[in-house]
Write a protein that binds this ligand. Structure first.
Ligand code: SAH
Length: 450
């Protein structure tokens, strides 16, 4: 199969018009702020006394001393009883932040096209699993499934299944409703999944708490705004060397938390700071490293690819820890469990943690990726098919949100893991006998394939 860049843009044109609501605002990185994670214009609110989560943390800190930022973040986000994602998980207009798939259907459609294009480029394997990490409300998978359905003639001989890795019972319910109409079975006996169902288009869907529970097999992985939600460690360079930032009770103010520095090195300072590090303040997300290692091993052993999209940097930023509540910056130490906590993804760390098991592409900016995927043509098709001014305005507005460099176009990045052999045909030097033309990886453009 010859896969030329122009073919990619045929897909967006072929998808037809399938309307769904688009939302106005987004989950954007904070403007620069000075104190760690305090978020200059934090939304203060007037809670009536400490939340259950804060009470739990105050008791713990008083009993056993300060905790790492990673431990604090894990508790605040995914504590089984009181964690933000466990109880609230406020994605969407009425929640705390909005993500690209919630803004425009085009986003998920183009990602669906990316998987089809990679499936074709990899010789149309007879089966694949689509594994999404942190699926939120299920909107992205829903848009991807619509693409798979519209291109069903291509996929008719392929056995496709969906595997969602989600820790939040609340969000998994929302996903089940979105994707299956709520018809799911809990704790199925035949699988390691905690829930299973069938999509509106007839594709089996399984839910897991951990990537390790997903059965092995040829898989396409997707992580959109997932890695930014994983716990980070924070480190500060001092005259005495690296010290870890910890969370402690503020002795001056009742029921309030504060950041402190570890008095000496901690296991994390020893293990996570590179000797050549030049920055004064560093954030490291070991959990992201472990998950990337697992994805890289799985792709190396069973084949497939991973697409990671998130805000982030290539090992250059320092303090990016921030909170969001009701679409406003929120002090990360205030009312834990009621706000989303997040930090920029360090793509250079993710690349390193693949340990060379797979090739990597990117990170490239969202606006470049979506442009390469044919967003302009897709927008034109949707505009031509919409007859009322309001829909047309919404389409243009959401396009601007996704693509404008000052909105989401520049701060969100795409990054991919691919088996080494996927890029080998590009190496004519070592494979001079190859008559196949280069098969570019959609979205990333030719430059990054060199
Ligand atoms: N991908 C979605 C949602 C992003 S929010 C979107 O772009 O709209 C982060 C998602 O990751 C939520 O679904 C949250 O419940 C989930 N999540 C957070 N930590 C997790 C963990 N450790 N394991 C699995 N899922 C997690």
């Amino acid at each position: 199969m010859v896969w030329l860049p122009s073919c990619r843009s045929l897909f967006p044109a072929a998808l037809g018009l399938a309307g769904r609501r688009r939302l106005p605002c987004h989950h954007a990185p904070a403007a620069a702020h000075t104190s760690w994670g305090a978020g200059g214009q934090a939304e203060t609110g007037k809670p009536n006394g400490p939340t259950a989560m804060l009470r739990h943390l105050l008791l713990k800190l008083r009993a056993t001393g300060p905790v790492t930022v990673a431990e604090y973040m894990r508790e605040a986000l995914t504590n089984p009883g009181q964690g933000y994602y466990t109880r609230r998980g406020g994605i969407g207009e009425s929640g705390d932040f909005v993500t690209s798939p919630e803004i425009s259907q085009i986003f998920g459609e183009l990602i669906g096209v990316w998987y089809i294009s990679e499936w074709i480029a990899m010789g149309k394997p007879k089966a694949f699993q689509l594994v999404e990490l942190g699926p939120g409300r299920g909107t992205l998978t829903d848009d991807i499934l619509r693409v798979f359905n519209q291109l069903s003639s291509l996929l008719s001989k392929c056995d496709v299944s969906i595997h969602l890795v989600e820790v939040s019972p609340k969000l998994s319910e929302t996903q089940a409703l979105m994707l299956t109409g709520g018809k799911v079975q809990s704790n199925p006996e035949d699988k390691s999944a905690y829930m299973k169902g069938v999509s509106k288009t007839g594709i089996p869907i399984f839910w897991y708490r951990d990537i390790q529970d997903v059965p092995p097999g040829y898989s396409f992985y997707l992580a959109h705004e997932f890695f930014d939600a994983l716990p980070i460690h924070k480190f500060q360079r001092t005259e005495k060397g690296w010290r870890e930032v910890l969370v402690d009770v503020d002795p001056e103010v009742p029921d309030q938390l504060r950041f402190v520095l570890s008095p000496s090195t901690t296991p994390a300072t020893e293990n996570f700071i590179q000797p050549e590090e030049r920055r004064e303040h560093v954030e490291v997300c070991p959990e992201a490293g472990v998950i990337i290692q697992r994805l890289a091993c799985r792709i190396e052993n069973d084949g497939g690819a991973a697409l990671v999209a998130d805000y982030g940097h290539d090992g250059t930023k320092t303090d990016t820890f921030r909170g969001f509540r009701n679409h406003k910056l929120h002090d990360v130490l205030r009312a834990p469990g009621t706000a989303d906590l997040t930090a920029d993804v360090d793509f250079s760390y993710l690349r390193k943690m693949t340990q060379g098991r797979t090739a990597t592409l990117g990170p490239i900016k969202q606006r470049e990726f979506l442009k390469n995927m044919g967003i302009d043509l897709r927008l034109q098709v949707l505009l031509q098919n919409s007859h009322d001014t309001q829909t047309r305005e919404q389409l243009l507005h959401s396009y601007d949100m996704l693509m404008n460099p000052e909105k989401m176009g520049d701060c969100f990045n795409f990054f991919a893991l691919l088996p080494h052999h996927r890029l080998l045909h590009t190496d004519k030097k070592h494979k001079p006998e190859s008559k196949l033309p280069v098969s570019p990886v959609a979205g990333f453009g030719e430059l990054l394939l060199k």
